[in-house]
Design a protein around this ligand. Structure first.
Ligand code: ZN
Length: 274
């Protein structure tokens, strides 16, 4: 899937999950907490593609997310790609092909999702509010770049960075400072897993079983059968999936903040039907 679909799916999953927690478990969050979680989960749903590097020295190429903060994130992507390739080469078995690029390897595994999730929670538990603000800044950048790819491309990385700064500043000004925010790491981890699922319904698949060896292969790419795989950037993705994610997100927001609107809608549907 492409950037906007990944970001949208992350936002939709977090909003739907927050609604379900509220509705079934009576666990209500403040609007700001939900907004922060949604931003972080949408950003997390783009994080694995930070392994698609470009040419740092010429400031070219790279995945959309790699260009979020200009040449800085391009450099990070270069490092992430090389480290991923290192993990691949170090753990590959005899049947795994030789590779010279780390895209869709280590950052596309469940241990990676758990690692960044745990790392984020540890950081926020240790450093509190300012770590939260830093995480929000970084993730808001990824989310903006992902959600509004065409706008971000035109506006350039400086505007995206400034916009993330405004979101982080607003969060800093309004977030209470006396909590550990363990949910934040969870949001990052969930975002990464949502990304993996998104990649699994395309033709390429992801090494979801790593590090479980199967038939002398550690890095088997696993996805849905080619016949039902979603074409990247095709109509199925752009029209069907994005509309579905947007609807889920909107319904969840209404469900949490204006349930009476949904109830009215429900009653009217019943009245029409009966
Ligand atoms: Zn990916």
């Amino acid at each position: 899937m492409m950037g906007p679909s990944h970001a949208l799916s992350g936002a939709a999953v977090w909003l739907a999950g927050s609604w379900a927690l509220d509705h079934f478990a009576g666990y209500a969050q403040s609007p700001l907490a939900i907004a922060v979680g949604t931003t972080v989960c949408a950003g997390g749903a783009l994080l694995p593609d930070l392994d698609l590097s470009g040419k740092v020295t010429r400031n070219q190429g790279g995945a959309t997310v790699a260009r979020t903060f200009g040449v800085f994130s391009l450099f990070v992507a270069e490092v992430v790609e090389k480290v991923s390739l290192g993990v691949y080469t170090a753990t590959k078995l005899s049947k795994d092909p030789r590779r010279n690029n780390g895209h869709r390897t280590f950052t596309h595994t469940l241990p990676f999702a758990a690692l960044v999730g745990w790392g984020t929670t540890a950081l926020c538990a240790g450093s509190g509010k300012w770590a939260v603000v830093a995480v929000v800044f970084f993730m808001a950048g990824l989310a903006l770049r992902g959600l509004f790819d065409e706008w971000a491309e035109r506006a350039g990385w400086l505007i995206v960075t400034l916009a993330s700064g405004v979101i982080a500043w607003f969060t800093a000004a309004n977030l209470p400072g006396d909590r550990g925010y363990p949910m934040l790491g969870f949001a990052v981890g969930v975002g990464c897993v949502v990304h993996l699922l998104g990649d699994m319904i395309t033709k390429n698949g992801v090494p979801i079983l790593w590090p479980i060896p199967m038939g002398r292969r550690m890095w088997r790419m696993i996805g849905v059968p080619n016949g039902i795989a979603i074409k990247v950037g095709g109509r199925g993705e752009v029209l069907v999936l994005r509309t579905l994610f947007t609807l889920i997100a909107i319904l969840s927001v209404f469900g949490m903040f204006a349930p009476h609107v949904l109830q009215r809608l429900d009653l009217e549907l019943w009245a029409d039907g009966g």
